[in-house]
Design a protein around this ligand. Structure first.
Ligand SMILES: [Zn+2]
Ligand SMILES: [Zn+2]
Length: 461
């Protein structure tokens, strides 16, 4: 058996790994490269997609799922195994991804036409269209947590990764040998979701390392910190803009706001979820209670839907979105994309970033090369859609909302192994985070730690 790393190797985006058995090839995830790695999307997959027999998908985030339509367009015709919640979320995510690519392509050709800039051909055709997405979705085959399924010689099982709705850890058995992919590991104690499931044994483990160098703030305190930032901003007459991934963070923030909106401190405050995709994703959350933890099920049984409270408004149309800008009273806007690389959040930044009574609040990871990262690093001036803007708003970050396990949480998850993996491949992390995690694992466990480079292949003996 051989293992090839074609993405999220030395970076956090573009997850794509391939397991090679004699004459049978299985991919795990096929994600988009984002931020400074974006150009790699155009460069193909590093192997022939036509020879892939099946794809296993850990979860719906586009850095794991966003290239599936491209894979299909380039000849992959096998099944895509995922949980049914992941399939539902992918339908929304991938259509949106196709739509964003079309928009970016149209915008670039428009720019050329206006500036007669034929020399610098910036327009590129989209990687795929909605038609490719529909075709790819037709290849999905849902697999429930805990059920075993044969794929070629391998037996596949999903465990709950507790990262976003439907997220999975993948266990693969070949005879008596076991290969495990952690996928993106969630945090214990997150709202809605169960804690990441433990794994008993593995011979080889592919482990994410996003926060291998860092522990997050306490989940228990984060709601109060969120409330404090919101109240301070509202009192100063400003708005709070929260760039957020449509799936996961958005619903977790709503879960926390729900409590204050229902019980008093935020009574009557308007809160907009301004992203058609986040609105759809929130509906999908409502359709998959099989993924919820006991606490959330209890809340629902008591009649409190954590995604509905007085003051909340879900905005789908462009007109509804524009109307938010005319609103005089201070308010909260949760809008995608989470790293400010596109989406409606850019319009809200244009409206609010130069106002010193407003707050821009980050709640998720900001990859290198993204506008979100530049703002977080303290940029004094930024450019959005050809507009130069001075940054006067307060910039805040609450890393306790991260959907990823922090360093200590990853180590704790590793301690649950009864038979510890002899080899661990660390992927999905920027290099300093990955190296720090490698050090921490080496100092506690007896295992060979490998940090694969993109394109590198390993024989598993
Ligand atoms: Zn993820
Ligand atoms: Zn990821």
């Amino acid at each position: 058996m051989r293992l090839g790393f074609y993405g999220a190797a030395g970076g956090v985006t573009g997850s794509h790994t391939v397991i090679d058995l004699e004459g049978f090839r299985i991919g795990v995830d096929a994600g988009l490269f984002q931020g400074s790695e974006m150009d790699q999307n155009k460069a193909g997959f590093g192997h022939d997609p036509r020879s892939l027999n099946a794809l296993l998908l850990t979860h719906a985030h586009v850095d794991h799922s966003g290239r599936i339509p491209q894979l299909v367009k380039e000849g992959f015709s096998g099944p895509v195994l995922s949980t049914s919640a992941t399939l539902d979320l992918c339908e929304v995510m991938l259509k949106d991804s196709a739509h964003l690519m079309q928009e970016a392509s149209d915008h670039a050709s428009d720019h050329e036409r206006r500036h007669r800039d034929w020399k610098h051909n910036r327009s590129t055709p989209p990687l795929y269209t909605e038609k490719d997405v529909v075709r790819a979705l037709g290849q999905f085959k849902p697999l429930d947590y805990g059920k075993e399924k044969s794929v070629g010689e391998l037996s596949v099982k999903f465990k709950d990764a507790g990262h976003i709705l439907g997220s999975a850890i993948v266990e693969l058995c070949l005879g008596k040998k076991k290969l495990v992919f952690s996928g993106d590991l969630g945090r214990p104690g997150s709202p809605f979701l169960r804690d990441p499931e433990k794994v008993d044994e593995a011979d080889w483990l592919v482990l994410e390392s996003t926060y291998g160098d860092k522990d997050h703030g306490n989940i228990a305190d984060r709601a109060e910190k969120l409330l404090a930032i919101i109240l301070e901003t509202l009192e100063g007459g400003g708005n709070i803009i929260i760039p957020s991934f449509a799936i996961g963070r958005t619903q977790e923030i709503l879960y926390e706001l729900n409590f204050y909106a229902e019980t008093g401190k935020l009574k009557g405050v308007k809160c907009f979820v301004d992203s058609p995709m986040a609105v759809s994703a929130t509906e999908i959350y409502g359709r998959h209670p099989e993924c919820f933890d006991e606490e959330t099920l209890g809340l629902l049984r008591s009649g409190d839907d954590p995604l509905e409270f007085p003051g909340i408004q879900y905005t789908r149309s462009r007109d509804e979105s524009k109307a938010i800008n005319d609103l005089r009273e201070p308010h909260i806007v949760i809008s995608a994309g989470g790293m400010c690389t596109g989406g409606r959040v850019l319009h809200h930044l244009i409206q609010n970033i130069e106002r010193n009574n407003c707050t821009l609040l980050f709640v998720g990871y900001q990859a290198e090369g993204t506008l979100g990262r530049r703002l977080l690093d303290g940029a004094g001036s930024i450019k959005i859609m050809d507009k130069q803007l001075d940054v006067r708003a307060r910039i805040e970050s609450l890393d306790a909302f991260s959907a990823h396990a922090g360093r200590g949480e990853i180590l704790k998850w590793l301690r649950a192994f009864k038979k510890f993996p002899g080899q661990i491949f660390l992927n999905h992390g920027e290099l300093n985070a990955t190296h720090a995690l490698a050090e921490a694992i080496r100092s506690e466990f007896d295992s060979v730690i490998i940090i694969p480079k993109a394109g590198q292949r390993f024989t598993l003996e």
